[in-house]
Design a protein around this ligand. Structure first.
Ligand code: AMP
Length: 143
């Protein structure tokens, strides 16, 4: 199963911000949308970075509340791990575990086309287990 299947279920909308926005604006966006990370992108939807709630917490813990007036570009992760739509979900899960992050942007031809969170991956995994379980029960019942 690939990332494309997850995107078919959840859609392709991704909440983005721009590098010059402040951490406070990014924090407000996370709160308003009820999400844990925003992709930092340019006008042509290329991925420039990712900023998660952890980055904001770390910035405030290290630099005080004044960090909230500073630019997203200063605190975002620039080396973003991205996947394509044909990446297997198992690969995404493994990478999230090894890299200790919970969000992976999906790109096609260098442009942002979706985002997969750890919640999406877990949901997909549970659905797969449930359908395997159902198939096994049907098989046993008809055997
Ligand atoms: P998260 O677990 O996604 O909230 O993020 C934990 C840390 O990993 C933060 O410093 C993020 O900026 C960073 N991060 C999140 N997603 C990615 C990603 N796909 N590639 C690289 N770093 C990431």
């Amino acid at each position: 199963m690939s990332v494309a299947q997850i995107l078919r279920g959840k859609g392709r909308d991704v909440v983005v911000t721009q590098p010059h926005r402040t951490l406070m604006e990014a924090a407000q966006l996370l709160a308003e949308k009820g999400i844990g990370a925003v992709v930092v992108s340019d006008a042509s939807r290329r991925v420039l970075g990712i900023l998660s709630e952890r980055d904001i917490i770390r910035a405030v813990a290290r630099h005080g509340a004044g960090a909230l007036d500073q630019a997203v570009s200063k605190y975002m992760t620039q080396k973003v791990f991205t996947v394509s739509e044909d990446t297997p979900v198992d690969t995404v899960m493994e990478t999230m575990t090894n890299g200790r992050f919970r969000h992976v942007p999906v790109t096609a031809d260098g442009q942002l086309v979706g985002l997969v969170s750890i919640g999406d991956v877990v949901k997909h995994h549970v659905n797969e287990i449930e359908s395997e379980h159902r198939a096994l029960k049907d098989y046993i019942a008809t055997a």
